[in-house]
Design a protein around this ligand. Structure first.
Ligand SMILES: C[S@@+](CC[C@H](N)C(=O)[O-])C[C@H]1O[C@@H](n2cnc3c(N)ncnc32)[C@H](O)[C@@H]1O
Length: 249
């Protein structure tokens, strides 16, 4: 396991995601179906059917894995943590490869150099993928960095420096996706809404005011935290956008 999986809280988060998923199964079902359907429809845009790269594959709740396995000769699943249960759930599929990789490629430098270094990730770019998927991982990248800075590097940087650094992480994820020479499906939350018990909106946050996205292909609501998952009086929903980036070059 990569050292960052523990030091940046990914392992704990992956374990808790499994139990959250059990508690929220019904609330998350339509989101999971929407993700799988969007990906399934997008398969026809693949440049070739040799291999597909899945970024943020996690427990594979949102990935039509059987279909990917049938459609491509090789399926490469990338996440910082691959739990044993996930590996076992696809053990019957012989063309799946698990890769442990830190997708922002800056956690180790933050930890070792204690510096806010900016980087456009470069991994996986030299392979002729048929299709690349980034599935609900983009918004997670700055979150783990932010909590690490808050816990371990408190007062070392100004709030403005941290904010700018975190914004560059998502900008650089988009640049990373755009650099693949094949179509890329990006699924990410773009807005977060907090509601009370009567579903009245208490607050609505735009998640990426610093980013310009291409035209959204589809949008849906993910009921991420129905009351009382995060708070006994407040529920949280997200607007999820799905895009196809990069026409075939
Ligand atoms: C919301 S979950 C995505 C769930 C997944 N798409 C599925 O189908 O179940 C976010 C995933 O991003 C992964 N992740 C978060 N930050 C990461 C990073 N810096 N590098 C690699 N994976 C990361 C987490 O481990 C988690 O599996």
């Amino acid at each position: 396991m990569l050292p960052e999986a523990k030091s940046f809280g990914h392992l704990a988060e992956s374990i808790s995601l499994i139990s959250r998923e059990k508690r929220c199964k019904l609330a998350w079902l339509s989101h999971r179906i929407q993700c799988k359907e969007f990906i399934t429809t997008g398969l026809s845009q693949a440049k070739n059917f040799e291999s597909i790269l899945v970024l943020g594959s996690g427990p594979l709740h949102e990935i039509p894995i059987e279909n990917l396995s049938r459609t491509f000769k090789k399926v490469v699943l990338v996440d910082i943590v691959h739990l044993k249960a996930t590996r076992e759930s696809v053990a019957h599929l012989t063309n799946i490869e698990f890769v442990e990789h830190e997708i922002s490629e800056i956690e180790s430098s933050l930890k070792n150099e204690k510096a806010l270094i900016e980087k456009i990730p470069g991994a996986f770019q030299n392979i002729d993928w048929g299709l690349v998927l980034s599935v609900n991982v983009m918004s997670q990248l700055p979150l783990h960095l932010a909590s690490y800075i808050k816990k371990k590097l408190k007062n070392k940087f100004s709030d403005e420096e941290v904010q700018k650094f975190l914004e560059r992480v998502t900008v650089n994820h988009l640049l990373f996706l755009n650099a693949f020479r094949c179509p890329v499906i990006l699924i990410t939350d773009v807005e977060t809404t907090y509601t009370d018990k009567n579903e009245a909106i208490l607050q609505n946050d735009i998640n990426y005011t610093h980013l310009t996205f291409p035209k959204t292909t589809e949008q849906w609501i993910w009921n991420v935290a129905p009351i009382p998952e995060f708070d006994k009086n407040i529920g949280m929903k997200m607007l999820v956008s799905a895009f196809v980036l990069n026409s075939i070059k």
